[in-house]
Design a protein around this ligand. Structure first.
Ligand code: ATP
Ligand code: MG
Length: 264
């Protein structure tokens, strides 16, 4: 085990899925899926197309309602919470597919803006003035600087985000997501359609955020080599069920996983 700095004060799981079942009409996308994640875990989810990976995130974040089962986040039963309530709660965040940044703001200002929107949603962000707001802004700036450094963008921190490469914009977006100090972040194919150099940079950013900030990540990814290199635990979904759950070594040597997904 590497030296993870995140303090563990309680034994309760950070995220617990209890027999989660989700149907789309006649299609059973998830069938009694159950597992739990501890604080600070870095867990990959792999499985064939249509095996239910994205649906799992949809159910955790309130985008889809469950047909059966419970979702417990950090001791709070969040089953049935709508998506905006889960997002506003801030403990569990989910990535968006597209890299979208504020073009005219600098890389670092993008992060500050993300933090502002989270702290003062809606019009409140425009009117948050006074000493309290200034202190809060200083905190956001310090956090932004720390995260810009963590994702390796210190050399472009003051450039307008619109002038950055696609990869750098993805890193800005990733760092922005960490501004509200989530405990767990769900990433649905964060590396899809990007070149190998960038894959390495984003994988490194995930690993560093996990190691230095203690944030737990769940990463859906088809690139098995990347998953096995990045994650300490891998869950394999197959036809809406957990086929295997273990260390990368155990997974690649599991005959059922090889047959169902990895190929013989
Ligand atoms: N909104 C939806 N409405 C109807 N059916 C859906 C919906 N979302 C997913 N499905 C179906 O549920 C099953 C699981 O889909 P899901 O997208 O979760 O799989 P996945 O593992 O993420 O696949 P991929 O690797 O292709 O992203 C599939 O049969 C899919 O067609
Ligand atoms: Mg998917």
């Amino acid at each position: 085990m590497s030296g993870v700095a995140a303090p563990r004060t309680e034994r309760a799981p950070l995220l617990e899925l209890r027999a989660v079942t989700k149907n789309y009409g006649a299609v059973r996308a998830l069938n009694a899926v159950g597992f739990s994640l501890a604080a600070g875990e870095l867990c990959g989810i792999i499985g064939p197309n249509g095996s239910g990976k994205s649906t799992l995130f949809d159910c955790c974040t309130g985008l889809q309602a469950l047909d059966a089962g419970r979702i417990v986040l950090d001791g709070t039963d969040v089953t049935g919470w709508p998506m905006n309530r889960v997002a506003r709660d801030g403990r569990m965040l989910r990535s968006f597919q597209k890299a979208s940044v504020f073009d005219t703001l600098s890389a670092e200002e993008n992060l500050v803006a993300a933090g502002q929107m989270f702290a003062f949603p809606g019009v409140a962000s425009t009117f948050s003035l006074g000493a309290g707001a200034r202190t809060r802004l200083a905190e956001l700036r310090a956090r932004a600087a720390e995260l810009i450094d963590l994702v390796g963008l210190a050399h472009v921190r003051d450039l307008p985000a619109g002038t950055l490469s696609y990869g750098q914009q993805k890193l800005v977006q990733f760092a922005s997501m960490l501004m509200p100090r989530p405990k767990i972040v769900l990433l649905d194919e964060p590396l899809a359609g990007i070149n190998p150099v960038l894959i390495e940079k984003i994988a490194t950013a995930i690993a560093e955020a996990n190691r230095r900030l203690g944030i737990a990540f769940v990463v859906i990814e088809h690139n098995v080599d990347v998953v096995m290199g990045l994650c300490r635990r891998v869950i394999v979904l197959h036809q809406g069920e957990v086929l295997a759950d273990g260390s990368p070594e155990a997974i690649v040597n599991d005959a059922r996983v090889v047959e169902a997904y990895l190929g013989g």
